[in-house]
Design a protein around this ligand. Structure first.
Ligand code: AMP
Ligand code: ZN
Length: 308
């Protein structure tokens, strides 16, 4: 029996235990890091096909980025100012033989060898859309651009909540263009994401949201983001109905990335951008929670939509 007193934390632990027991998640010894079973992945795959079919009318360009990107580009965003606690920086060994011997000595004597490493030229992606902006520098076509992206991303937020992972996949649709084009995209996806999630039997609610900014300015930044209606989340009960989980988000970035990366619209103004992001593991977990661990016994309507 669990000894955790807080009911929400207890619900997280119970759900995590059930998922591991069922073999859907395989723990890797670090909170928020799991391998997924074949069954789990088949659900993700079918959901991906469904989203792609539902988004087809938007005619997006597909781009696949690796899960790391240029450190210089990372520093052109304000991630280090706003979410330093979530970042992932890739370091490696760049010394010669002598430094290597020292590294091995430290590792054997269990001293801290990580300080002998140096930062590489890459960072882990904090969101699937980050690497897109630096590749879009310059002038956009008249009709703007709509891009379909998916990637593993990293966020250092260890947790017992099985829906709060350190390494997870986001499937995003990003629009670069005029303020009207970006806002239209956000409005479209607010409706479409809800429709998609309802079609798979999830009891979803759209809510005004804010990002978990770090540090002293956090409260102000969160309040401003809310006042400007910049972020909405689609929340669903997963581990507990008391604290529903965001399975997708719809964000309007104003000219934030257009300004940082010199992206311009055909009329010469700074581009605005908006994105919708589906958290793929969270969608799968919400499905397992809502309909049970065996997709064969899910409601017929859900099986039909997901072709399971
Ligand atoms: P965000 O960029 O924070 O709006 O995240 C986009 C989507 O990714 C969210 O709506 C979630 O579905 C998912 N997500 C965010 N953080 C996590 C996490 N730690 N673990 C799993 N999924 C996450
Ligand atoms: Zn995004």
């Amino acid at each position: 029996m669990s000894t955790i007193e807080d009911p929400i934390q207890r619900a997280y632990q119970t759900f995590q235990d059930e998922l591991i027991e069922a073999g859907l998640l395989i723990p890797m010894g670090v909170p928020g890091l799991y391998a997924r079973s074949g069954l789990f992945e088949s659900v993700v795959e079918q959901f991906e096909k469904f989203v792609t079919a539902m988004a087809a009318e938007r005619k997006s360009e597909v781009i696949w980025f690796p899960p790391v990107f240029n450190r210089r580009h990372y520093l052109c965003t304000d991630h280090i100012e706003t979410f330093p606690n979530l970042m992932g920086s890739v370091h490696s060994f760049t010394g010669k033989d002598r430094e290597h011997l020292e590294l091995i000595r430290k590792r054997k004597s269990e001293e801290d060898w990580t300080r002998d490493l140096n930062a590489t030229e890459v960072m882990l992606l904090p969101a699937a859309c980050y690497p897109l902006y630096p590749t879009a520098t310059g002038v956009l076509p008249e009709e703007g651009r709509t891009v379909d992206l998916r990637s593993f991303v990293f966020r250092h937020e260890p947790s017992i909540d099985p829906a709060r992972l350190q390494s997870f996949r986001m499937h995003e649709y990003v629009r670069l263009g005029t303020p009207e084009q970006a806002l239209e995209h956000r409005e479209y996806w607010l409706q479409r994401a809800e429709e998609i999630l309802r079609a798979i039997g999830l009891d979803v609610t759209p809510v005004l949201a804010n990002d978990p900014f770090f540090g002293r300015g956090a409260r102000m930044m969160a309040a401003t983001q809310q006042e400007q209606n910049l972020k909405f989340e689609m929340v669903v009960p997963v581990a507990t109905a008391e604290k529903p989980t965001a399975v997708a988000s719809c964000n309007y970035h104003l000219n934030h990335f257009g300004h940082s990366f010199g992206i311009r619209t055909a009329d010469g103004n700074e581009a605005h951008s908006a994105c919708v992001g589906f958290g793929l593991e969270r969608v799968a977990l919400a499905l397992f929670r809502a309909h049970g661990f065996n997709p064969a016994s899910w409601p017929a309507s859900v099986k039909k939509v997901l072709a399971l």
